[in-house]
Design a protein around this ligand. Sequence first.
Ligand code: NAD
Length: 244
Amino acid sequence: TMSSSKKDIFMVIGGSGFLGRHIVQQLLDRGDIVSVFDIVQRYSDVPFYSGDISEEEQVAAALRKCGATCIIHTASPPAGLSDPALYWKVNVDGTKAVIAAAQSVGVRKLVFTSSAGVVFNGSDNIDVDERLPFPEKPMDAYNESKAKAEEAVLAANGVNGLLTVALRPAGIFGPGDRQVMAGLYQVYERGQTHFQIGDNNNLFDWTYVGNVAYAHLLAADKLQEPLVDTDSSKLTPQEEAIIS
Ligand code: NAD
């Protein structure tokens, strides 16, 4: 017979969002089983669990139902809001709730979308890598909450059988973006285009959304070989139900 294929069963948290949707699409395209957990539903081609990540029980219940072996956590309020409490609730407490739910349900892998902003304090970062410490004075509440979330995710690596990784994208562009192009267009509409910042040689990293999504799939695959044998007759009833 052909060699059996072992695959993870994925839960994309924030899977209705810009990046999350691209991750869902790439998982579907390669034939993986994927569900979405989000506060809003925008697509109906995959199982959807409505819930808030700051409610651990809602996350745990969805994980149990979909039988996830790997969580890809992309949920966050958008950057630029003046609501520090919301960032803290969703990004810090919510991410800790995701970790706790993953550990209580026995999920093996957690891939977290952090942000390049966690090491930005307003001055240039040139040729830096992940050894650069977080700035003593964070840029703003969004970036501080992303840093705290990342810290919690990495501290959970290897605890109760959970393997974790955090990715730090910079600016993301591409189809489905609702923030960057909309913001640029508002600047244009308000006639705010007649000034420049610095000497017009400022650099900023941008990555195409499809590449950021693909990085998440690669990170998930690299954390550990999948254990679920989708060709085997030795599936749990839960796995059987999901796959069939
Ligand atoms: P997005 O707003 O399009 O998607 C985020 C999703 O999370 C939305 O569908 C939203 O409904 C969901 N969500 C928000 N709060 C939630 C909660 N409490 N419980 C469950 N779901 C919730 O944003 P995006 O641009 O796709 O960003 C995805 C991730 O990438 C975020 O973690 C963000 O911090 C990170 N990031 C984005 C950029 C960028 O340029 N867009 C850059 C760096 C990092």
